[in-house]
Design a binder for this molecule. Structure first.
Ligand SMILES: NC(=O)C1=CN([C@@H]2O[C@H](COP(=O)(O)OP(=O)(O)OC[C@H]3O[C@@H](n4cnc5c(N)ncnc54)[C@H](OP(=O)(O)O)[C@@H]3O)[C@@H](O)[C@H]2O)C=CC1
Ligand SMILES: O=C(O)C1=N[C@H](C(=O)O)C[C@H](O)C1
Length: 271
C-alpha cells in the first residue's frame, strides 16, 4: 500500500460532509487531516469526532483555509460562492480540488478555469458510478433516435435541496443534447406554467420534484407516438456519492493540472 492520501473535507457538518468523513474513515488509502466549516458555525474549535456524536478523532473543525497546506486534496460539497473561494485557495496551495457542489452558473464555472491551470480540479454534478454510466447511455440513445422522440428529464430530491434542476439533470441534459448534436443552452425547456402552447419539437424538458428525504432519482424519457423509453437511476444512499468523491480524490495523485470530470476518473470518457 502506498502513502495515504491526506484529505480535507469542507462543509463537514452537512449531509455530504458527514458522509465523506465516514467514508474516508473506512478507507485505508486516505486519512482526514482537515475539516472545514463556515465561520461562526458551532462546530468550529471542536473535535470532529465528538461534534459528530462519537469518540474524539484528533481533527479539530476549523474555518481556516491554512489546513490546505498540509493536504493532498480537498473534497468540497458546499455552495457555489464557498466553492469558488476554496478553488482559489486550493490552487494557491497546489492541492487537488474535488467539487461536488451543484447550482453553479456558467459564469461561476468559468471562474474555475484559472485555478485549474494551477492544480487538478475534478468537478461533477453526480459522483456515482451509476449516474456516470447513465450519462453515456443517454448520449447513445439520443444519438440513435430522431427528433420525433421528445426528451424529458425528471428528477426528484429531498425537501432541503436549494438548486433546480439538479446538477445531475443538467449533466443528463448535456449528454442528450450532445447525442442529438444540439446545444442544451438553446434547446432546454425549464419552466412550464399556464397556457404554454404545444410542446416545441426538439426541446429537452426538465421537471424537478422536491419532497421528504428522497436522496436523488433521475429519469431520462424519450417519448414518441406509441412508445416511450425511460432510463432511470435511483440513489437510495448518499454513500454512492461519497465513494465516488473519494475515488476521484485518490485518482488526482500525479495528474497534471487541469479540469476533469468523473468520466475521466472512471475511464468512461471515450465510450
Ligand atoms: N456531485 C454529487 O455527487 C453530489 C452533489 N451534492 C451537492 O453538494 C452540495 C451540498 O449538499 P448537502 O451536503 O446535501 O448540503 P448541506 O446543506 O447539508 O451541506 C452543505 C454544507 O456546506 C456548508 N457551507 C455552505 N456555504 C458555506 C460557506 N460559504 N463556507 C463554508 N461552508 C459552507 C454548509 O454550512 P451551513 O449549514 O452553515 O450553511 C453545510 O455544512 C449541494 O450543492 C448538492 O447539490 C450533493 C450530493 C451529491
Ligand atoms: O443535493 C443533493 O442531494 C444531490 N445533488 C446532486 C445533484 O444536484 O444532482 C446529486 C444528487 O442527485 C444529490
Amino acid at each position: 500500500m502506498g502513502e495515504q492520501m491526506r484529505l480535507v473535507v469542507t462543509g463537514v457538518s452537512g449531509r455530504m460532509g458527514r458522509m465523506l468523513v465516514e467514508t474516508i474513515a473506512g478507507s485505508d488509502r486516505a486519512v482526514l487531516t482537515g475539516a472545514l466549516e463556515r465561520s461562526g458555525h458551532d462546530w468550529i474549535g471542536r473535535d470532529l469526532g465528538a461534534a459528530m456524536g462519537g469518540a474524539d478523532s484528533g481533527v479539530i473543525v476549523s474555518d481556516d483555509l491554512a489546513v490546505f497546506a498540509d493536504a493532498d486534496a480537498v473534497i468540497d460539497f458546499t455552495a457555489p460562492a464557498a466553492t469558488l473561494r476554496f478553488a482559489r485557495a486550493a490552487a494557491k496551495a497546489r492541492v487537488a480540488h474535488v467539487i461536488g457542489t451543484t447550482g453553479m452558473t456558467a459564469e461561476e464555472i468559468a471562474q474555475l478555469d484559472s485555478p485549474a491551470r494551477q492544480t487538478v480540479i475534478v468537478r461533477a454534478g453526480n459522483m456515482s458510478l451509476g449516474v456516470n454510466l447513465l450519462v453515456q447511455l443517454t448520449k447513445r440513445v439520443a444519438a440513435a433516435l430522431d427528433a420525433d422522440y421528445d426528451i424529458e428529464i425528471i428528477e426528484a430530491h429531498h425537501n432541503q435541496k436549494v438548486d433546480a434542476p439538479s446538477g445531475t439533470a443538467l449533466m443528463l441534459g448535456e449528454a442528450a443534447a450532445e447525442g442529438r448534436g444540439v446545444t442544451l443552452a438553446e434547446m432546454s425547456d425549464r419552466a412550464r406554467d399556464g397556457i404554454t402552447g404545444a410542446r416545441e419539437p426538439g426541446r429537452i424538458g426538465f421537471t424537478a420534484i422536491r419532497g421528504g428525504d428522497i436522496v436523488g432519482e433521475h429519469d431520462v424519457m424519450f417519448a414518441a407516438a406509441g412508445e416511450r423509453i425511460i432510463l432511470r437511476h435511483v440513489a437510495s444512499d448518499r454513500s454512492v456519492f461519497a465513494r465516488g468523491a473519494l475515488k476521484a480524490a485518490l485518482w488526482t495523485r500525479g495528474k497534471a493540472p487541469g479540469a476533469y470530470d468523473m468520466l475521466d476518473v472512471l475511464g468512461l470518457s471515450e465510450q
